[in-house]
Design a binder for this molecule. Structure first.
Ligand code: DC
Length: 229
């Protein structure tokens, strides 16, 4: 029997990546950061010099891109056409372009297809904006993580600083607000909570506490009869 799929959605800086990583580690599931995939397409667009208005060209580029997650020294890394782009996709330029790139229907179709393939055997924790609504609407466990705008900006700034990327919190707050607005108001697969997703407001919770809550949901579903094998 197939293991469950855990879908985690929410806005930028809600703590999805940290929490999803902990949950996957503790359950022995695979972790997939779908935002990294949109970022990799954005990076390829930046490098190609294609204008953001050229949707057909960007879609063709996304279709041709070979995107793979691989574990290196127990850390998940993203390879784009064989190049390790794990750090390159986190620059402010790639971050900013990832939102308009993710609004292009052809890009979404391509990445959703890849994401469904990655999750078809279950035993996966996938995080993004449309996992519970579009990618896996039948996921056994759906969670929508959120936090106040201030807390999300603080977390993103801290995350970048820990990676050695200089970050100004007010600039990050403005970038997050702009991306949230764009991600929630776009036509194709906008960021929204699935009706059957459990909302977790994480302002006053540690990542471990949020992970505990998700694992509890997972185990409760297992008791209800879903297979966790
Ligand atoms: O989670 P993130 O900040 O790395 O995501 C980068 C961009 O990709 C963000 O603007 C939203 C978009 N995205 C999306 O549209 N759908 C997803 N499933 C994941 C990310």
């Amino acid at each position: 029997m197939r293991k469950p799929i855990i879908a985690i959605d929410g806005p930028a800086g809600a703590g999805k990546s940290t929490v999803a990583r902990i949950v996957a580690e503790r359950l022995g599931y695979i972790y997939i950061d779908t935002g990294a995939m949109y970022r990799a397409v954005a990076l390829a667009v930046l490098r190609s010099g294609i204008s953001i208005s050229e949707h057909a060209k960007i879609t063709a580029l996304a279709k041709a891109l070979d995107l793979r997650f691989e574990k290196v020294d127990n850390e998940q890394r993203l390879f784009s056409d064989g190049e390790d782009v794990t750090e390159a996709i986190r620059t402010p330029e790639a971050t900013r372009l990832s939102s308009p790139v993710s609004a292009i229907r052809g890009v979404r179709n391509r990445l959703v297809e890849l994401q469904r393939k990655m999750g078809e055997c279950g035993g996966i924790v996938m995080e993004g904006r449309d996992i519970g609504t579009v990618v896996f609407p039948n996921a056994e466990i759906k969670v929508f993580l959120t936090a106040s705008a201030e807390e999300r900006a603080r977390r993103r700034t801290e995350e970048l600083r820990q990676k050695g990327i200089e970050a100004d919190m007010s600039r990050i707050a403005a970038d997050i607000a702009e991306r949230d607005l764009r991600d929630s108001s776009r036509v194709h697969a906008p960021l929204k909570q699935a009706p059957d997703a459990v909302l977790i407001e994480t302002d006053n919770m540690t990542a471990e506490q949020v992970a505990d809550a998700i694992i509890e949901l997972h185990n409760a579903r297992a008791i209800e009869g879903c297979s966790t094998q």
